[in-house]
Design a protein around this ligand. Structure first.
Ligand SMILES: [Fe+2]
Ligand SMILES: [Fe+2]
Length: 332
């Protein structure tokens, strides 16, 4: 399925996915925005988010598989998987997230609302768009029915469903809470002093988020051109892991940046933020999501698919970086 990008570069996409095409950024971001403006890029104050250790992952895995798993083939090694995750630590997305967060923390007091509003318009769509992306990942694994190991498939799905259910306020052993869309709406209304509905009604379509979502979905469904259902599922699982792993950086730093903006700009203007829950639940929850994504890969993906995994993770890293570079430019 071709990416339907709102751009002139689409004609040059030679493949059925976005992979061999020019980077996603070139599809919608003005070229002038691709180069960071010459300004000091001061890293945000926090380091890489703390994540559960591999031992924690193993604990999670033990909870997910109640029966001893029967290996039908050799699975990806712990070392290979950790090495792929480490590549994301020094990837383009982390750089773009630093740039975005620097800009967010340093928004000028006199025009912060004007600059932030179009970014919030993009984020309203983007944050919701991960839900169908997660659903597509689940579907790819489910569609290996009869082709993958029964227990491995079930275990991967048991891990994958948790972050998706959490989006709708569902957590094991707890009453259903507010959905993340409700929490985002409350956060937005508190921050901007207008209902989210006003933003959605006023603003033009969030073109960057729409294009990014179309690329994500085309990638996950297309599986980088793989025809075999298990290969497609491996690609989808790698893509999912990259989403969750980078979301840990994204949300941890976003909370930190809004705290800084609140103290420096909002509080002196009598606009202190009161609705922190959306930012807090994500800053706290993404590390566990990353661990669940790791567990899903570790228990399902064959060692022979390591190249496919790397491609999936790099694909998301590149496109997520382009998206956040676009948001960073909107704040400059
Ligand atoms: Fe969420
Ligand atoms: Fe997540």
């Amino acid at each position: 399925m071709a990416c339907s990008l709102p751009c002139s570069a689409q004609a040059s996409h030679p493949s059925s996915s976005c992979r061999s095409a020019p980077p996603f950024a070139k599809c919608f971001v003005p070229v002038s925005h691709l180069q960071p403006k010459r300004r000091a890029c001061v890293p945000v104050s926090v380091q890489a988010p703390a994540r559960p250790t591999y031992e924690t992952h193993t604990e999670l895995a033990r909870g997910l598989w109640s029966e001893p798993r029967v290996d039908t083939q050799q699975l990806i090694s712990r070392e290979d998987l950790q090495s792929l995750e480490a590549e994301l630590d020094s990837g383009e997305s982390v750089k773009a997230l630093r740039r975005f967060n620097d800009n967010l923390r340093q928004l000028p007091a006199e025009c912060w609302e004007e600059r932030l509003r179009p970014v919030m318009n993009e984020l309203a769509y983007n944050l919701e768009s991960f839900n169908p992306a997660f659903a597509a990942v689940l579907l790819q694994v489910q569609c290996t029915i009869g082709r993958s190991d029964y227990v491995a498939r079930d275990g991967a799905l048991k891990a994958l469903i948790q972050p998706l259910a959490g989006e709708y306020g569902m957590h094991n052993g707890e009453a259903q809470a507010k959905t993340h869309r409700e929490l985002f709406s409350e956060f937005y209304a508190d921050l901007m002093r207008e209902p989210l509905e006003a933003l959605l009604a006023d603003n033009p379509a969030p073109a960057a988020s729409v294009a990014f979502f179309e690329c994500m979905l085309a990638d996950i469904v297309g599986g980088s051109g793989a025809a075999d259902p298990v290969e497609k599922a491996s690609y989808a699982l790698g893509y999912n892991l990259a989403i969750e792993y980078l979301a840990d950086y994204e949300k941890t730093w976003m909370l930190d940046s809004f705290r800084a903006l609140d103290a420096r700009v909002l509080a002196p203007q009598g606009r202190r933020l009161r609705e922190w829950l959306f930012l807090e639940v994500h800053a706290e929850g993404e590390a566990e999501h990353a661990a669940l994504g790791h567990v899903a890969v570790a228990g399902f993906v064959p060692a022979t698919h390591v190249g496919l995994l790397r491609r999936a993770m790099r694909d998301h890293d590149r496109d997520f970086a382009a998206f956040y570079n676009h948001l960073a430019a909107l704040l400059e």
